[in-house]
Design a protein around this ligand. Structure first.
Ligand code: SF4
Length: 246
């Protein structure tokens, strides 16, 4: 099937999401809450595009819009630009400390709207990607708490979580840098809990926290890693060379 995006014919499978098709064809659509490993979020709505059907345009959220038939898509029409600008202004009001959002506001000419109240501080847009990352890739240590303007992401009772393994997945997927992760040579601190880091026995590269490696070992049924991937491959190559000769 063919969809035409900004005049460019793009091949796609029926049911494929528009964002995916656009990206595969080198067409840029801005996103915040979209992550390749955790697709289908559709929360920040920054990836809106205009789909033209029977001469009429409708605005859709491209990361969750499946292509059902051949159509024409505009990623930067007047309507898209206007609505995307408003979305960015609202996100900026919600998360005024986020540099990523401030840069996007500038890039996409978001209107200032000074009469609209802004949160006093913060970087979180409540997209929930971190909660999903933790529950799908790790242990489910964080969740959304409270409602309305006091809604936030936190560990239970804001206390250091008993189950958090300090893997940092939540911070790595956060699109606005809202989760603080502090690393020294030997420790990682996240969600008010400090973890001891384990290093590769050969090269000293950080492998992860003790708890994170123990969890991975439990899942795989193997002993916790003591070498990084590169050193493991090197060691394997040496063993093979010793066994079979060069
Ligand atoms: S650091 Fe803790 S809260 Fe964040 S994803 Fe890992 S286990 Fe979950």
């Amino acid at each position: 099937m063919i969809v035409t995006i900004n005049g460019k014919p793009c091949e796609c499978e029926k049911g494929e999401f528009l964002l995916q098709v656009a990206r595969r064809n080198g067409i840029e659509i801005p996103t915040l809450c979209h992550h390749e490993s955790l697709p289908g979020q559709g929360c920040c709505r920054l990836c809106i595009v205009e789909v033209m059907e029977r001469g009429r345009g409708k605005i859709v959220v491209s990361c969750v819009y499946p292509v059902e038939r051949e159509c024409e898509v505009l990623t930067d029409s007047e309507k898209v630009r206007r609505q995307r600008g408003l979305i960015l202004t609202l996100l900026h009001k919600r998360a005024p400390d986020s540099e990523v959002i401030a840069e996007l506001c500038e890039k996409y000419n978001a209107p200032e709207m000074p009469r609209l109240l802004s949160a006093e501080a913060g970087k979180c847009i409540m997209c929930g990607l971190c909660v999903r990352a933790c529950s799908e890739l790790s242990v489910g240590a964080i969740s959304t708490v409270n409602r309305g303007i006091t809604k936030e992401i936190a560990t239970p009772y804001h206390e250091p979580s008993k189950v958090c393994v300090g893997c940092g997945s939540c911070a790595y997927v956060c699109p606005t840098g809202a989760i603080d992760i502090l690393e020294t040579d030997s420790t990682r601190t996240i969600w008010n809990k400090t973890f001891r880091l384990v290093h590769c026995e050969r090269c000293g590269k950080v492998l992860g926290t003790q708890e994170e490696l123990a969890l991975a070992a439990e899942k795989s049924g193997q002993e916790p890693d003591t070498l990084c991937e590169a050193c493991r491959e090197e060691k394997m190559a040496q063993v093979l060379a010793q066994t079979y000769g060069d």
